[in-house]
Design a protein around this ligand. Structure first.
Ligand code: ADP
Ligand code: MG
Length: 293
């Protein structure tokens, strides 16, 4: 007996390194007209490095700031949190325990560390617009393509951290292939700031960028694209984008760094850490559909 074309395509996709969870998904992939990418952990490696610590007050040293920030980030699974934890460990700092940890998706975290209320998060969420000094530092870091994160102690900004993630080496190739096959270039959806996102998008050949999106806004962005007639395949790591993955016509989670929730709810999982598998499975689906339909 010959295997039905969609099941054969699932087997081939598996060999390419993508787990497609059903024949329905395998069929839907080929109808994609637009691909939406998350940034951190998807277009980037997701292993960002803390590259700068800019103290704002006179009270603190880099190391004191890093201890507090790492304490607050200890329980977060966000790639930015892990960058801060790695930097603290590399310097041999003992990370103090935290109480009352709260994560605000797309915004940051807060916790009680060493008796102080520490917040670590996006400038948009935590920095008062009137703080011109901190804002200038944030802009400088962003212009270099870094993600700026602000640390607050008891409500007062005490440092700005610059965190830089590397673009995946194959991202530009994947973007070119997707632009050619879907007729429309991919779009970048990110919770990060516009300046930082545009720097990264330019490196991979993406011109349409929607930035400063909270998780709910990523969902609305997908709905907007689909209301305009697009069939959207969304690719994300599931960290702050699980709802968008669930909303898109097809949601693909990055297997390596992906959150457990995303791996369970996504329609497909990229097992081999390579974005060129995405145009490959879309092409596979198109071929299988031509046999089936
Ligand atoms: P992306 O779309 O790039 O994956 P997210 O939506 O996960 O970004 O996060 C958006 C922004 O919120 C980050 O750029 C950062 O400024 C802030 N943020 C989110 N989680 C954290 C965290 N755990 N620690 C510090 N900042 C965070
Ligand atoms: Mg992400």
């Amino acid at each position: 007996a010959t295997m039905p074309p969609l099941l054969a395509a699932i087997a081939t996709a598996g060999r390419h390194g993508v787990l497609v969870k059903s024949a329905v998904v395998m069929e839907q992939l080929g109808t994609t007209t637009r691909v939406a990418f998350d940034k951190t952990g998807t277009l980037t490696r997701g292993v960002p490095e803390l590259t700068e610590i800019r103290c704002l007050g006179t009270e603190s040293s880099d190391e004191a700031i890093l201890r507090l920030a790492a304490g607050a980030e200890h329980a977060s699974e966000h790639p930015l949190a892990r960058a801060i934890m790695r930097a603290a460990h590399r310097r041999g700092l003992d990370v103090p325990p935290a109480e009352d940890f709260i994560a605000q998706p797309g915004r940051g975290v807060s916790a009680l560390v060493d008796g102080r209320h520490i917040r670590v998060g996006s400038p948009a969420a935590v920095l008062p617009a009137a703080d011109e000094n901190a804002t200038a530092i944030v802009e400088t870091l962003r212009a270099r393509g870094a993600t700026a994160v602000v640390v607050l102690g008891d409500g007062i900004p005490i440092a700005v951290l610059g965190i830089t993630d590397q673009v995946r080496p194959e991202a530009a190739t994947a973007v070119t292939a997707l632009t050619a096959s879907s007729g429309a270039p991919p779009v970048l959806l990110t919770g990060d700031d516009h300046t930082t996102a545009v720097q990264l998008a330019a490196q991979v050949g993406i011109t349409e960028v929607r930035a400063n999106l909270l998780p709910e806004a990523k969902v609305s962005a997908i709905r907007d694209l689909e209301a305009g007639g697009a069939r959207v395949t969304m690719v994300g790591d599931g960290i702050n984008d699980a709802p968008a993955l669930a909303t898109a016509h097809v949601g693909i989670a990055m297997g390596g760094a992906g959150s457990d929730l995303a791996l369970q709810t996504a329609d497909a999982i990229v097992i081999r850490d390579d974005l060129t598998t995405i145009p490959a499975v879309i092409a596979l689906s198109r071929r299988a559909r031509r046999v089936v339909l």
